[in-house]
Design a protein around this ligand. Structure first.
Ligand SMILES: [Zn+2]
Length: 116
């Protein structure tokens, strides 16, 4: 059937449809829309889960401590597992800006970066 005619019949001739025909069209329209929404939600939920780990027990346990305690715990863990991560200036002893920095932001001293 030609599409203009089909559109005319399906959209403009509801009063001539059987009850079951109307139900079928409504249900298929709902399903079509519903599937799109469901897929979108599933994708968003998946991405959100990847990003925030709402179903990850380790993440939930740590997050439940609150920002201050969680940050403290994370910082301590990094230092404990990577004791060489501190990059102190050999001249003034102060902490460099990053673990890979090769220049002191306080006294201007420069050095070759140690391997991490
Ligand atoms: Zn320095």
């Amino acid at each position: 059937m030609e599409s203009e005619l089909k559109k005319y019949l399906l959209e403009q001739c509801r009063d001539w449809m059987l009850k079951e025909e109307i139900k079928v069209l409504m249900r298929l329209g709902l399903t079509e829309h519903g599937e799109t929404v469901t897929r979108k939600n599933a994708l968003v939920e998946y991405k959100m889960e990847l990003l925030y780990g709402f179903q990850d027990k380790k993440v939930n346990d740590l997050a439940s401590l609150g920002k201050t305690l969680a940050e403290e715990r994370i910082a301590k863990r990094i230092l404990k597992d990577n004791p060489n991560i501190l990059n102190n200036c050999s001249n003034c002893g102060k902490l460099a800006r990053t673990p890979k920095a090769q220049q002191c932001r306080y006294c201007g001293n420069k050095w070759f970066n140690k391997k991490l």
